[in-house]
Design a protein around this ligand. Structure first.
Ligand code: XMP
Length: 521
């Protein structure tokens, strides 16, 4: 594996630590995230980072057992950037003081004002002559109330008198806000300045990521066998092709038809993979298994857990068939991870169990391989291009593992699924006809657990209502509804009602994420 200049991120458990890595990858900087417990002097020596970033985190510096980086971080002679909790830990360790919130908490949007020029802030306040202040995103209860010797204050905000502090001589920087999030609009510039100060050449690319991932798969698997759950979506296709490059025919793909796929999907996926790749593929028709188990289930978490459990049963069966595969590969992405993991195991709280992460039974007897776990969707697409996947794979809208089950709130019946599949096909056809498919992150129909009264011809109808969902997004973490024209919406509603027996009312979901999620369950 080629050696790259390394930036080390010490993770204190912030929900957005991976966004730091992402910002750095955008700048072609190679970085590694290590949980604070693992950052030992030995690790520092081995990795020889050219710079260190201390992440945010949920702990409170004044607490006796709150985490710290090793003191050696400040003796490496390299630039160090502390973000939020990272800033506070740095201040406390280097002789300053952090106090509990009490009135100084800031959550959400805030504005910082410059006090003095600083290399890290170069260009940051440009164009702000009239206001002199820049928007940032804050999320802190405690705050620094005395800075460490050698440090100066370079920017302030109403709740954080030490919004940006620095010991410019040693290149130690601390900021109370989060430059890594989208809501700090000029955050990227701060990272750009930081890596420039640290002397990074920008020698890291997706090709480098691919090589590293392939090597990691080979090291982990050796001559073992792997099965990969293939859904036909971008993530599992990229994971499969990547693993195939790493270990060739030690990989078998399993495509499970759980009866919750879209119209024509099973045939399409099997054909696409068969046409383009020479990877052994098992097409498991398990429709009855899943739909019987879901009969009468209406709770969203129970649905997800049931589907997750059955997926594993099916994979285990096929793992045995291909001669004892020990590994199960999945295309889990980072947003799935942070929305599913609780703090004890890493960052963030559980929002819902994604079937390919939180819904897994603990003892499944297969070891998991998740080569895309650190990536966001747009990065997976870039990796897919790097691997030479055809554009038809790369451009497909995401489709969730639990499939139509989470687009059918309430009880799932075969009848509802059939109606849903037809309505969804009309909606997607409309989007394609109007040339909008590539502008939209994801579009689908949800069938609602409610019947409404209508009139068609001279008769009364009592059929299902459905909701159209179409969103724009960069990474699935936040999303906005797509602003279709009224003409488009009207035409689509008419087509669905005319072409899909069983639906007599069409609504359009205009909720953003947050507060909504993209899927309905
Ligand atoms: P939400 O609904 O959480 O969706 O805003 C964000 C993205 O994730 C997809 N999604 C899933 N994908 N297994 C998956 O493979 C799941 O359990 C799952 N739940 C949501 C969703 O389609 C969207 O692209």
């Amino acid at each position: 594996m080629p050696e790259h200049q390394c930036l080390l991120i010490v993770d204190f458990g912030s929900q957005v630590t991976q966004l730091i890595a992402r910002r750095l990858r955008e700048l072609n900087v190679y970085c590694e995230i290590h949980p604070f417990q693992n950052v030992t002097p030995d690790l520092l020596r081995a990795r020889a980072p050219r710079a260190v970033i201390l992440s945010g985190g949920p702990a409170s510096v004044p607490d006796a057992d709150s985490p710290r980086p090793p003191a050696e971080v400040f003796e490496l002679g390299v630039p160090v950037l502390g973000i939020c909790y990272g800033q506070q830990a740095m201040m406390q360790m280097l002789g300053g003081r952090v106090v509990r919130g009490e009135g100084s908490a800031e959550f959400g949007r805030a504005f910082v004002t410059r006090k003095t020029e600083l290399d890290l802030l170069e260009g940051w306040f440009d164009g702000l002559e009239s206001t002199g202040r820049e928007q940032v995103w804050m999320s802190h209860g405690d705050h620094v109330d005395r800075i460490a010797p050698g440090f100066e204050v370079f920017a302030t905000s109403p709740g954080a008198p030490f919004a940006v502090v620095a010991d410019a001589a040693r290149h130690f920087y601390g900021m109370q806000f989060h430059p890594e999030v989208h809501h700090t609009p000029k955050g990227r510039l701060l990272f750009e300045n930081f890596v420039r100060i640290a002397g990074f050449d920008g020698d890291w690319t997706m090709a480098g990521y691919r090589d590293q991932a392939i090597q990691a798969i080979r090291d982990r698997v050796g001559d073992g066998k792997v099965i990969c759950g293939l859904s036909g979506g971008v993530d599992s296709s990229v994971a499969a092709v990547l693993i195939h490059e790493a270990i060739g025919d030690q990989l078998t793909c399993v495509f499970v038809d759980h009866g919750l796929l879209r119209q024509g999907e099973a045939e399409e996926v099997v054909r696409m993979f068969g046409d383009h790749y020479n990877i052994p593929l098992i097409h498991a028709d398990e429709r009855d298994l899943f739909l019987d188990a879901l009969d009468g289930v209406s709770d969203p978490e129970t649905k997800r857990k049931t589907i997750g459990r059955l997926f594993i049963d099916v994979f285990q069966k096929h793992a045995a068939e291909v001669g004892g595969a020990e590994y199960l590969a999945q295309g889990t992405l980072y947003p799935d991870v942070i929305e599913s993991v609780s703090f004890s195991g890493g960052p963030s709280v559980t929002i819902k169990s994604h079937h390919n992460v939180g819904g897994l039974p603990e003892k499944m007897g297969l070891k998991l391989i998740e080569p895309l776990r650190e990536l966001f969707k747009d990065e997976v697409r870039e990796l897919g291009r790097e691997l030479g996947l055809p554009p038809s794979f790369i451009g497909r809208h995401p489709f969730p593992g639990p499939g139509l089950a989470i687009r059918c709130p309430g009880e799932i019946t075969r009848e509802k699924l059939d109606i849903l599949r037809k309505a969804d096909a009309v909606f997607i056809d409309q989007i394609r006809r109007h040339g909008l498919y590539d502008e939209i992150w994801q579009a689908f129909v949800a069938i609602l657990p409610v019947r409404t009264v209508g009139v068609m011809g001279d008769g009364r109808t009592y059929d299902f209502a459905c909701a159209l969902r179409a969103v724009t997004s960069v990474d699935g973490m936040t999303a906005d509804y797509y602003p279709f024209s009224h003409d488009f919406l009207g035409e689509t509603a008419t087509r669905i009602i005319n072409e899909v027996p069983g639906i007599n009312r069409v609504t359009y979901d205009i909720t953003s994420k947050p507060p909504g999620t993209i899927e309905w369950e």
